[in-house]
Design a protein around this ligand. Sequence first.
Ligand code: PMP
Length: 442
Amino acid sequence: MSSLAAFGSKTVARGVGRFTDLVLEKGSGAYITTDTGRQMMDFTSGIGVTNLGHCHPKVTKAAQDQCATIVHAQVNIGFNKPQLELMQKLQPLMPHKSLDTFFFWNSGAEAVEASIKLARQATGKQNIIVVQGSYHGRTFGTMAMTKSKTVYGEGFGPLMPGVFTTPYPYWHQVGVPASTSQDELVKQALYQLDLLLKQQTAPRDTAALIIEPVLGEGGYIPAPKGYLEGLRKICDDNGILLIIDEVQTGFGRTGKYFAIEHYPTVRPDIMVIAKGIANGFPLSGIVSRKELMDLQKPGSMGGTYAGNAVSCAAAVAVQEVFEEEKILDNVAARGEELFGLLHELKADKEIGNTIAEVRGLGLMVGIEFNSPTDPYTPSASGAKIPANMASRVQNKCLEQDMLTLTTSVYQCIRFIPPLNITAEEMKKGCDIIRKAITDVVR
Ligand code: PMP
C-alpha cells in the first residue's frame, strides 16, 4: 500500500465500502493507473459511469472550455446554456415522444427522489411500490426504496414511510428452482402485485411504481418482457405512474440508448437518468411529460448545483461522441464477444458446473455462480462448488490487473467495460476473466 493509500485507509469514513486500497490517479480509455504506476484494466467504468472510457478527449475539452466560460450558471437564477443545449440533444433520443420536459440534479439518488416528488405532486397520492432486489440510492428517501441489500438501510431508520415491495420474477428471489419457466415467474410476480394493491396499498393511495429495466445492484437481472408489459398495464388500470430508473442502464450500457427501448410497448411516465450521461461529471435528472411537470409549483424543485454547467457541457459532448463514434454498434460487437466467452465457460464440462447463470444486455454483463450453501442454485450433479466464487474470481482478476465488481447478495460478478472498448482490449479482458475463473475452479 502506498503511503498516501495508508493515510486514506485511516482517514476516509469507514462507511464507504472499498474493494481495494489502490489510489486511482490517472485514467485513459479502458485503463486506470495508480499512484504507484500500476496499470489496471477497468471493467467497472466507475459503476457504469465512464461509458466512453476515462478522460475521453472530446468530453474533457468540452468541460475545460466550459470551465473557462462559466462554471456556475445557477438554475434558480436564470437559464444555463449548456443545460438548454443538452435538452435539445436529449429530446430526440427519448424512448417516447411524451418524455419532453426535464429537471436536472447531481446524483442518481437525488434524481430518484425528484421522480418521487413529481409523482406525489402530480397524483396527489403518497405510496410508492418498489421491486425486491432494487437499488435506488443512499439518501433518506432512496434508502427506503432500496431492497437489494440490508446494509444500505440497516440502523438508519426510521426511513421514509409509504414504500411497499413487490416480488421480482427471478427464480432465486422467489425461492423456486432455476428451471421454473419465465412465464410462470412473471405470472406469479404480477399476481403478487395485484394482491399487494388489494391487501396493502390501495390504488387510490399509490402514486407510482419504480423499477430498473435491468436490476443493477440486485444482480444484473434483465426484467422479463412480459413483466414490464404487465406492470405497465396494472399501472394504467389503477392510475399509478410508472417510473423507469435508467441510472445504471441508460446511455448505451445495454446496447440501446435506454434499456427501456428493449421493451418498445412500455412507456415510462417518468424516467430517471444519471451516471453515463456526463461520463463522470456529476449530473442526473428526470424526464417526464410536460402536463405532469406543469403540476409542480415553481420553487418546489431546484438545488444549488442542479444541472451544473460544466457537467451539462460534458454531457452534450457525450451525446455527440455516441453518434460520431457509432458507440452502439461497438456495444453490440463487444457484447457478443464477452457473452461468447461466458457462454463458452458455462458449457465447459469442468467450469460450467459452477455457473448458475450468464445474463445481462449489451455490455451490462453478469455471472451468477452456484453457491454450495444455497438450496435454489441449480444442481451441479455432485461437482465440487467453491464457496464465495464471486469475490474469489474478482480477486483473481485483480491479481491480473483488472478491476471488476460483484453485485447482489448472490454469488454474482459483473463486467461493465467502457462502451468504446476495442476488440483487442476485449480479447485481453476475456483472457483475464477466463484465467480467473479457471484458477478458482481448479
Ligand atoms: N439507481 C440505480 C439503478 C443505481 O444503480 C444507482 C447507483 N448505483 C442509483 C440509483 C443511485 O445513484 P447515485 O449513486 O448517483 O446516487
